[in-house]
Design a protein around this ligand. Structure first.
Ligand code: B4P
Length: 189
């Protein structure tokens, strides 16, 4: 199985590039952000809890997201592989993902990290905020999300480097240029 973690700060283009990878390689896609936003829009109990964190720029609690991921993964048994988009975001999530995949006789093939300057991240998210209606795409919450990224998510860079899975990609330029860089990594797997 080809299991790819697409990694990066908020606004680095994980969702955008995941769409290109799905179309190019026929993989399944699990975006924890999309799963949570769907729960929020259906106003489920889970959605109400998730919204209380997301609208403040915080991560939802690890155990909640790990349980969600495990159940989504079980619904995708017969796939060629999965793109994990927005998961893991903390070290406990990374350990849980490793164990979940091992339990299913598989593992992570590569982590593809989109590297983007902070000024560009802010610009992209503010731009998206004009049309997305997302409660977290405003300057105050974007800055909070970037802090959360620096403190809770960026330690995963060293974690995956130590496991020889990390592939840093320049995440600036056109969407097509970035996708070409990603293809060079995937085609070698
Ligand atoms: P996510 O949905 O994962 O969102 P994201 O990090 O903001 O965006 P992404 O990197 O996918 O950017 P996109 O392609 O859209 O998370 C949202 C929230 O959910 C989190 O803050 C957290 O609260 C919660 N959550 C999710 N997963 C969690 C987890 N595992 N644990 C705990 N909490 C979790 O691109 C952004 C914009 O840039 C778009 O408008 C796009 O059009 C534009 N863009 C993309 N590529 C571009 C390019 N090359 N040039 C110019 N613009 C570009």
């Amino acid at each position: 199985m080809l299991n790819i973690v697409i990694f990066g700060a908020p606004g680095s283009g994980k969702g955008t590039q995941s769409e290109k990878i799905i179309a190019g390689y026929g993989l399944n896609h699990i975006s924890t952000g999309d799963v949570l936003r769907s729960e929020i829009s259906r106003q489920t109990d889970l959605g109400k809890v998730a919204d209380s964190y997301i609208s403040k720029g915080q991560l939802v609690p690890d155990q909640l997201i790990i349980d969600i991921l495990e159940s989504v993964l079980d619904g995708q048994k017969d796939s060629k592989g999965v793109i994990f988009d927005g998961f893991p975001r903390t070290t406990p999530q990374a350990i849980a993902l490793k164990e979940m995949l091992e339990k299913r006789g598989t593992g992570i093939s590569a982590v593809i990290a989109l590297e983007v300057d902070e000024a560009e991240l802010i610009e992209r998210l503010l731009e998206r905020g004009k049309i997305s209606g997302r409660s977290d795409d405003n300057l105050e919450t974007i800055q909070k999300r970037l802090d959360v990224y620096r403190n809770q998510t960026s330690p995963l860079i060293d974690y995956y480097k130590s496991k020889d899975l990390y592939n840093g990609i320049l995440g600036m330029g056109t969407i097509e240029e970035i996708f070409n860089r990603i293809k060079q990594v995937i085609d070698k797997l």
